[in-house]
Design a protein around this ligand. Structure first.
Ligand code: AHR
Length: 488
């Protein structure tokens, strides 16, 4: 038996909706052929952006979208991507395969995409190979109201009003693809570049410094010591990459239990990373003014080189849905410090939400986890006491809970055990609700996934295995499943 104890009166910390953020990079088929097909395409589109993709993504309430990279960001020169499309400079995407891009998807098209998705833009600026002036002018171009060379140019290019732009990243992975810098060197550059990022009118920029990856705690320490007072957020990148521990590299659609176990351990590690990076941040910023921004996360298998047509494509299965559930539960639990997280990446790349071909679009099991978990956006996190059985040495359950403005309580639970169901008894103090609604995402096998031929193989269904018995919510969930319980 697994036991959860929730005290509704302890619900205090707001879960920032941006924890449910996304990331779209110029990589493989994410932008071109994913979102963007161009106005002349036979695929139904709105000003060049695929209608089916927009329609699907609006359903999951994407609060914030990061662009243009990733490693692409530190080689992107924004001026190449504005003005009449036929006159735009063709570029080489050096980081992702040396393919040429016609730059038809640039600043205006990205802002248009954000409008269509009703999401906030988060732009990553180029610190690695771009100049301070270039970064300053990009922010001016997007946000300056009134007369100035950059806002005049924006108007000439068809956009009269400035855009609302809140989130701006000053470089990406500058310890690696963004320039191979030492933290001390990047900290100096960060302070230098951010000086010239100006707030115009009512537009206030939330500045995000490039943070660490994985357990590079030294980077976090140096950035906090040197520049905490000049940033609003510090990033952290961590991917669940099980490949290097597999003895026999499997395929992304043929996981065995050992591969699942390794993946699970690596996914759960996110909790330790956030705890440790947050502890370092607390030392310099006890009031938690600087947010931890996990702006890249997700599974990265790298196991199918021969079937990797568009760079970092991998089949998304029920296994990925469970990994997403684990991560979102962890972010909810760390809502006091984690204010944004962006899954990599929205379309056709890594842990994608949607997969497209020339005619059609399907959604992945991970998409459904975002759809189920969106109930937590802006709700108050409820601390949970969890007594769980183990799957090998790993806790069998991953959970989080929140209370929304209407007083409804939502509990999201993943049963990580691929073989056995989990019996759950939840004691809820101060509960007024007496009705429970449940949804489940599950399937027979961890490798099950949606295909263009069978797009509904893995999708959520109603579930009636839970009931309220006084203050107790009692029930059972099957192996490898993600469950949402709503108490009304
Ligand atoms: O998401 C793919 C890549 O992973 C990004 O470009 C980079 O920032 C990270 O290493």
């Amino acid at each position: 038996m697994n036991k959860l104890i929730l005290n509704i009166e302890q619900a205090k910390e707001k879960i920032n909706k941006n924890i449910y953020g996304h990331f779209a990079e110029h990589l493989g088929r994410c932008i071109y052929e994913g979102f963007w097909v161009g106005e002349d395409s036979e695929i139904p589109n709105t000003r060049g952006i695929r209608n089916d993709v927009i329609e699907a993504l609006r359903e999951i309430n994407i609060p914030v979208l990061r662009w243009p990279g990733g490693c692409f960001a530190d080689e992107y020169h924004w001026k190449d991507g504005v003005g009449p499309r036929e006159e735009r400079t063709t570029i080489v995407n050096n980081h992702w395969g040396g393919v040429t891009e016609n730059n038809h998807f640039g600043t205006h098209e990205f802002m248009d995409l954000c409008d269509l998705l009703d999401t906030e833009p988060y732009i990553s600026g180029n610190l690695g190979s771009g100049t301070i002036r270039e970064m300053q002018e990009w922010v001016d171009y997007m946000t300056h109201d009134g007369e100035s060379p950059m806002s005049d140019w924006r108007k000439e290019n068809g956009r009269k009003e400035p855009w609302d732009l809140k989130y701006f990243g000053v470089g990406n992975e500058n310890w690696g693809c963004g320039g191979n810098m030492r933290p001390e060197y990047y900290a100096d550059k960060y302070k230098n570049y951010q000086t010239y990022i100006n707030d115009h009118g009512d537009n206030k920029i939330f500045k995000i410094a490039c943070g660490s990856h994985d357990s590079n705690y030294h980077w976090t320490e140096v950035l906090m010591e040197e520049a905490a007072d000049k940033m609003d957020g510090l990033s952290l990148h961590y991917y669940t990459v099980p490949g290097d521990e597999w003895e026999n590299k499997g395929s992304a659609t043929d996981f065995d239990q050992n591969e699942w176990y390794i993946t699970l351990k690596k996914a759960m590690y996110m909790d330790e990373l956030i705890t440790k990076h947050s502890t370092i941040m607390d030392k310099y910023d006890p009031e938690k003014k600087v947010a931890l921004i996990v702006d890249e996360w997700g599974t990265w298998y790298d196991v199918e080189p021969g079937t990797n047509p568009g760079f970092l494509y991998q089949q998304n299965t029920l296994r990925d849905a469970l990994v997403a559930g684990i991560h979102l539960n962890i972010f909810n639990q760390h809502a006091d410090r984690v204010k944004m997280a962006n899954i990599a990446q929205t379309a056709n790349v890594l842990q994608a939400m949607v997969l497209t071909d020339e005619e059609d679009m399907i959604v992945t099991p991970t998409y459904y986890v975002f759809k189920m978990f969106k109930v937590h956006q802006e709700a108050l996190q409820i601390p949970i006491y969890l007594e769980t059985e183990k799957y090998k040495e790993i806790p069998k359950l991953s959970v989080s809970a929140s209370k929304n403005e209407q007083g409804e309580v939502n509990i999201t639970i993943c049963n990580l055990d691929p073989e056995n169901e989990a019996k759950i008894e939840t004691v809820i103090n101060a509960i007024k609700a007496n009705e429970v609604e449940a949804k489940i995402l599950s399937s027979d096998n961890l490798n099950d996934h949606n295909t263009f031929e069978n797009p509904d193989k893995v999708k959520p269904e109603g579930f009636d295995k839970f009931s309220m018995e006084g203050q107790k919510l009692v029930g059972e969930i099957p192996s490898s499943s993600v469950v949402l319980l709503t108490l009304k």
